[in-house]
Design a protein around this ligand. Structure first.
Ligand SMILES: C[S@@+](CC[C@H](N)C(=O)[O-])C[C@H]1O[C@@H](n2cnc3c(N)ncnc32)[C@H](O)[C@@H]1O
Length: 241
């Protein structure tokens, strides 16, 4: 079947409506259909009142649409519509399953373009006013996750960089802290945890690795964990334990 449409993989940023790029917002306003993740906020979807909206959300532990089904939905929609948006939280090229979607669309001969978004690490650094690099303190950063695919072996290695940013790490926080302590990191190494970054219910916590090893308690939204000496609090920033 001939392909009519073009698919745009667009990064929505961390949640606030004005943290999407102008290009992303313009395309949303022209879209025929928008397939969006669970992390995409209601206020972001207000940028495309004209579009059919399809939630293909995936949140760990919750009912979700299988990736193969999402791939097929993208292909089917591109055959029916001119302008299809696949809207993803943060940036589509980081922990966003973009590889699978690009392959499926390319194999089906469908044109794809990617519009970057603000990834959570960068938004969280801004929200907490905590640079990820600091002259003389931190010159390397890793964005990593311990989350694995169901058929993939557990991946315990933690990158060896000055600053660590752990995505999908809420449940993994204790294990991460224990592994870092076992590898000789100081118990008082500073940690910043941000929940619901850029949203009205944003919560920022400043801890140490020793406190992180005791757990994060219940989280009510997505959580990002940033660790390393670059996270050292300034005098007015209160630290938990
Ligand atoms: C599947 S990954 C998607 C990452 C996304 N592509 C990005 O560039 O930010 C989902 C994880 O991103 C982080 N995340 C996304 N949005 C967030 C937000 N608003 N606040 C805190 N963490 C967020 C959390 O670690 C969450 O578990």
């Amino acid at each position: 079947m001939a392909s009519l449409g073009k698919v745009y993989l667009i990064g929505a940023g961390p949640g606030a409506q004005d943290l999407i790029t102008l290009r992303g917002a313009r395309l949303l306003a022209q879209a025929d259909v928008v397939l969006h993740d669970a992390l995409v906020t209601e206020e972001m979807l207000q940028l495309c009142p004209q579009a059919e909206k399809i939630s293909v959300g995936k949140r760990s532990g919750q009912r979700s649409t299988a990736q193969q089904v999402i791939n097929q939905q993208l292909v089917d929609n591109a055959r029916r519509h001119q302008l299809v948006v696949r809207l993803k939280g943060g940036d589509p090229m980081l922990f966003g399953r973009a590889d699978e979607e690009l392959r499926a669309l390319e194999e089906a001969g469908i044109e794809v373009e990617i519009v970057p978004g603000i990834t959570t690490a960068v938004a969280a650094a801004a929200a907490s006013k905590q640079p990820l690099t600091k002259r003389g303190v931190a010159r390397s950063v890793a964005f990593f996750t311990s989350s694995t695919a169901p058929d993939e072996a557990q991946h315990d290695a933690i990158p060896d960089t000055d600053t660590l940013v752990q995505y999908m790490g809420g449940r993994e926080a204790i294990a991460t802290a224990e592994r870092l302590l076992a590898h000789g990191h100081r118990p008082d190494t500073p940690v910043v945890v941000i929940e619901n970054c850029s949203r009205p219910d944003q919560r920022i916590r400043r801890l140490t690795i020793a406190a992180l090893a005791l757990g994060l308690g219940e989280a009510h939204g997505p959580v990002l964990v940033m660790l390393g000496d670059a996270m050292q609090s300034r005098s007015h920033q209160a630290i938990e334990a």
